[in-house]
Design a binder for this molecule. Structure first.
Ligand code: PMP
Ligand code: GLN
Length: 383
């Protein structure tokens, strides 16, 4: 393995999922749902295969999907993307993220991350030969907030890009409109590109709304917005994602993407297009059901004696294990599957400054009710 990739030899998701399998534990570590997406979407995919849509789709993605993504962003955010030049279909959000960094950041330039961060950001920055500067979220009681002073201090003349993710993995935080506006102002002031990872855009609870970064003043022209079908339609294995933004930026993402995978997921593209156009009610029901699951897990974690944090969106809740006499989330997660038959992931592995994050553990609640109830029962035995 080349030196710049050596710190990334294995992912926490692979490690904890393997442990869950070994101990037949309920896997609340890796975030994936255990039910299928809308039936009409699955039927459309089956039909696409039967109709022979099994060869390379067009490089930027099938027009029907690019149009559906553009129409969806226009309807929900008022953003008017040209489907031909401002929407690119990718192999999951993961490829969109890597291709955006590879296509837009020169080796040696700096990328600012907010930690804890989704693990592929740091690896993608390393792949690009760029330098990451990570700024911790601040803790305000059981909430996480963007530390604007620290963010501002991390920006140097070499900074090219800022990566922001809301709703936020792993903490489950939905950043407030004020926080997002302040981040946008900073990006404009320093003339930075912004990679906005919005894969959980639909999964916001308790009446919150998602703020798409590109809608803020001065942001459209500097933002690559990334999302995917994985979390919106329960198809994490389909790997249909997209990047949207001004033509010049999307062209750079496309340039990198075409040599990574060229294309992907042919018959799934019309299926996701169908879902975006016809299954918004299904998405609303998904959001409501996830909010209820969040509550079940929240109660179980509190009953087990843990201090639970945030919880405004996504698939995840974070809990502090200090209250039950534990200190190290990595040790805790390595033994939890054997101990009580539940897997989780430690938050500190998503950071460059692990110390303050050591006692935090992330639990996913995107599971069927009976699975979650059983996990809740097992978690309560901790307390
Ligand atoms: N960003 C975040 C914040 C995620 O949680 C995930 C999925 N776990 C991804 C990107 C990757 O999305 P995809 O599965 O569409 O590649
Ligand atoms: N997005 C999911 C999570 O954060 C899964 C990521 C993965 O398996 N790479 O848990």
């Amino acid at each position: 393995t080349v030196q710049r990739l050596q710190p990334f030899a294995s992912t926490i998701f692979a490690e904890m999922t393997a442990l869950a399998v070994r101990h037949d534990a309920i896997n609340l570590g890796q975030g994936f749902p255990d039910t299928d997406g809308p039936a009409s979407m699955l039927d459309t995919a089956r039909q696409a295969i039967a109709d022979g849509l099994n060869q390379y789709p067009p490089g930027p993605g099938m027009p029907v999907l690019r149009q559906a993504v553009a129409a969806d962003r226009l309807a929900r955010y008022g953003l008017d993307h040209d489907p031909d030049s401002e929407v690119l279909i990718t192999v999951g959000a993961t490829e969109a993220i890597s291709a955006a960094i590879l296509g837009l950041v020169e080796p040696g330039e700096e990328v600012v991350l907010i930690e804890p961060y989704y693990d592929s950001y740091a690896a993608s920055v390393a792949l690009a030969g760029a330098v990451r500067r990570s700024v911790p979220l601040a803790r305000a009681g059981t909430k996480f907030v963007v530390d604007l002073d620290a963010l501002s201090a991390a920006i140097t003349p070499k900074t090219r890009m800022l990566v922001i993710n809301t709703p936020h993995n792993p903490t489950g935080t939905v950043f407030t409109p004020d926080e997002i506006a302040a981040v946008a102002e900073l990006a404009c002031e320093h003339d930075l590109l912004v990679l906005s990872d919005e894969v959980y855009e639909h999964l916001v609870f308790d009446g919150r709304t998602h703020t798409a970064l590109a809608t803020l003043p001065g942001m459209y022209e500097r933002t690559v917005s990334v999302s995917s079908a994985a979390k919106t339609f329960n198809v994490t294995g389909w790997k249909i994602g997209w990047a949207c933004g001004p033509a010049e930026l999307i062209d750079a993402v496309r340039t990198a993407k075409q040599y990574m995978s060229f294309v992907g997921g042919g018959p799934f593209q019309p299926a996701v297009a169908h879902a975006l156009s016809h299954e918004q009610q299904w998405v609303k029901e998904l959001r409501d059901s996830l909010q209820a699951k969040r509550d079940v897990l929240y109660d179980a974690l509190v009953a087990s004696g843990l201090e639970v944090h945030s919880g405004g969106g996504t698939y995840y809740l974070c809990a502090d294990i200090t209250a039950i006499g534990e200190r190290d989330g990595i040790d805790f997660c390595r033994t939890l599957p054997e101990r009580i038959g539940v897997a989780a992931v430690p938050v500190s592995v998503f950071t460059d400054h692990p110390q303050p994050w050591n006692p935090l553990v992330r639990f996913a609640f995107c599971k069927q009710d009976h699975v979650l109830e059983e996990a809740a029962r097992r978690l309560r035995t901790l307390g």
